[in-house]
Design a protein around this ligand. Structure first.
Ligand code: UT7
Length: 324
């Protein structure tokens, strides 16, 4: 017998305001055509003034708990994956914990930018597997609109705000690939690539939050290579082939990255969950937002093999294999 983390519920939240490409074309020298052709993005949601990452996270977290029929009293752990915390400290997760009315257990943030959700899921799964906790709420929440240079057309058109969450619960499994729950997680980092994707500020450098800077073409190139390698690693660890994947739920950065990854795996496009057109790149929130949309659309069903993958600043990247 082994302990597995079952995904008991999924939730998501998007700020009310949706902004189209045409609206951005009034701000910077870009066009709907360029954005759609190069990225697949059609719109993104932006947080209202005063609406914080913790607000988005709380909505998504509550929705995941409701879907799991769990209450904050049942929770042992809250992790928020974010690169846009409310404040430098304390962790955004502690604000969410307080707002949920949870007065026990642990709460902290995980920072791995766009790979943050996979990293946080790995951390929560490990706590559950070793028996330290029985339940966890893992939230990916971001307000990237606050760290975008709205004069830089090469980055400001690419990102959006949002949050998604999963509620995890410990269950017993046999230890094989037929078990329900998270089967394995695989995370990586290579800090030599800092300059390709970073924020040019922070408490220790400029004492300001700074703005996102990216060498998009280089990030793209690394993303395609690293993502297919980590998916191969994840499948091999479970003795699976790509044909056994029911749903690929990728980090949503660029439609062309999603297509090349699926092509490398020989996976039909219908098995890839795509939300980049609707949400743009919401960093750590993109995978749980995509999971929520696929679950609510009735696509992901109990017993399905779901593979998550992401790549982001650091570089960091990773994948998780889940039997739903
Ligand atoms: O989530 C973390 C991971 N992040 C990613 O995975 C992002 C990966 N990168 C990408 O998605 C793509 O590289 C981008 C969408 C960022 C850029 O697409 P690209 O096909 O790599 O374009 P490019 O950077 O090579 O730029 C092509 C041209 C340039 O003009 P010149 O030098 O050819 O004259 C850019 O200045 O497109 C120009 N350009 C734009 N034109 C209109 C760049 N941004 C824009 C824009 N509107 N918004």
């Amino acid at each position: 017998m082994v302990i597995r983390s079952i995904v008991a519920g999924v939730g998501a939240y998007l700020p009310a305001r949706a902004v189209t490409n045409a609206e951005l074309a009034a701000l910077v020298d870009t066009s709907d055509d360029w954005i759609v052709q190069r990225t697949g993005i059609r719109k993104r949601h932006l947080a209202a003034e005063g609406e914080l990452t913790s607000d988005l996270a709380l909505h998504a977290g509550r929705a995941a708990l409701d879907a799991a029929s769990m209450s904050a009293r049942d929770l042992d752990l809250v992790i928020v994956a974010t690169a846009t915390p409310d404040e430098t400290f304390p962790a955004t997760a502690t604000r969410v914990q307080a707002a949920l009315g949870m007065t026990r257990g642990a709460a902290f943030d995980v920072q791995a930018v766009c790979s943050g959700f996979v990293y946080a899921l790995n951390v929560a799964d490990n706590f559950i597997r070793v028996g330290q906790y029985k339940t966890a709420l893992v939230i990916g929440a971001e307000t990237f609109s606050r760290i975008l240079d709205w004069k830089d057309r090469t980055t400001c058109v690419l990102f959006g705000d949002g949050a998604g969450a999963v509620a995890l619960r410990a269950a017993e499994g046999e230890g094989g690939k037929k078990d329900r729950g998270i089967l394995s997680n695989h995370i990586h980092a290579d800090g030599r690539h800092h300059d390709m994707l970073y924020v040019d500020g922070g408490p220790s450098t400029t004492q300001t939050a700074g703005y996102l800077r990216m060498q998009g073409r280089e990030v793209f190139r690394h993303a395609v290579t690293n993502l297919s390698a980590v998916i191969d690693e994840a499948l091999a660890a479970n003795g699976m082939t790509a044909a056994e994947i029911d749903w690929l739920v990728p980090h949503q950065a660029n439609q062309r990255i999603l297509e090349s990854t699926a092509k490398k795996l020989d996976l039909p496009p219908e098995k890839v969950i795509v939300t980049v057109d609707q949400h743009a790149n919401t960093s750590a929130a993109s995978i749980p937002l995509a999971l929520d949309s696929a679950v609510r659309a009735g696509k992901i069903k109990r017993g399905d093999v779901v593979v998550l993958e992401a790549m982001g600043g650091g570089f960091t990247w990773g994948a998780s294999v889940i039997r739903w």
